[in-house]
Design a binder for this molecule. Structure first.
Ligand code: ZN
Length: 269
């Protein structure tokens, strides 16, 4: 990976990786080495169920630069029982839990009843508002449903959260920003066909942008054919955003790291 080697002294934080994924089993140590060489300072590994959240917390004990988000993904809500939610709530006490999620809504995969997804999304937001721990939102084919729930929640108090791997339109981005949310970009913003998404990205204020890989899924251009995606590849997404914003990579990187520490304030401890 010559490109990554070249700019390995630019610190970045991958705010969204599924390091617990089976795709990393057996190669995780190598992946983590490459991560370090690529200048990725910290990684937030994201839970999708209580079991995966548990595995994420375990990984935080193996790797000092790994932190966890714990939660139940909308597409896994059917598998969750009341017990599981109680365990997620308990996991927020863990010193390396820095976020809740991923949560949100998904109308693309018809895996779980929509009302059940809404119930769990609501629980994550309320838990966030109660504990001050930020929440991570997955949004697929349900922009208005997400906005409606965020607007309702905002009436109860401030929102500390991020729209992860954002691919929505300008109006949705504007509304999310107005509600106080951060906007996070993954590999998809680098895809050649996604000019429209890059136009939206150009309008996001610098102090509200986060970066992520969403690895092991969707490697950024020009590494799209490389699988699995991994945190070390994030520099390509950072470069793409730097181009969009017409800034040196170092400036863009430093700003997104600062934003990450501001939102996920438990990362500081
Ligand atoms: Zn994810």
């Amino acid at each position: 990976m010559p490109t990554t080697e070249m700019i390995n002294d630019i610190p970045l934080i991958d705010t969204h990786s599924h390091l617990d994924s089976e795709q990393f089993d057996g190669i995780r140590a190598t992946i983590m080495e490459q991560t370090q060489r690529a200048g990725i300072e910290k990684i937030i590994t994201i839970g999708c169920s209580w079991g995966s959240s548990q595995k994420c917390l375990y990984l935080t004990s193996v790797y000092s630069n790994v932190y966890a988000a714990v939660g139940i993904h909308p597409n896994y809500t059917s598998d969750a029982n009341p017990d599981h939610w109680d365990r997620i709530v308990e996991m927020t006490m863990h010193p390396k839990t820095v976020a809740l999620g991923e949560t949100g809504l998904d109308r693309y995969w018809d895996f779980c009843p929509f009302e059940l997804q809404q119930d769990y999304f609501d629980r994550h937001i309320r838990l966030s508002q109660k504990t001050g721990i930020p929440f991570i939102v997955h949004m697929r084919d349900c922009e208005q449903d997400i906005l409606n729930m965020l607007i309702e929640a905002k009436q109860r108090g401030p929102l500390h959260g991020v729209m992860h791997s954002f691919t929505g339109d300008q109006a949705t981005a504007d509304k999310c920003l107005e509600l106080g949310m951060y906007i996070s970009f993954a590999g998809m913003v680098t895809f050649k066909k996604n000019d429209q998404l890059r136009e939206v990205a150009a309008t996001i204020p610098l102090n509200r942008i986060l970066l992520e890989t969403d690895s092991p899924y969707l490697s950024p251009h020009p590494l799209r054919s490389k699988r699995p995606n991994q945190p070390a590849f994030m520099v390509h997404t950072a470069e793409c955003l730097a181009n969009i914003k017409d800034l040196p990579l170092t400036t863009l990187a430093a700003q997104t790291v600062e934003n990450t520490y501001r939102l996920f304030d438990r990362l500081n401890t």
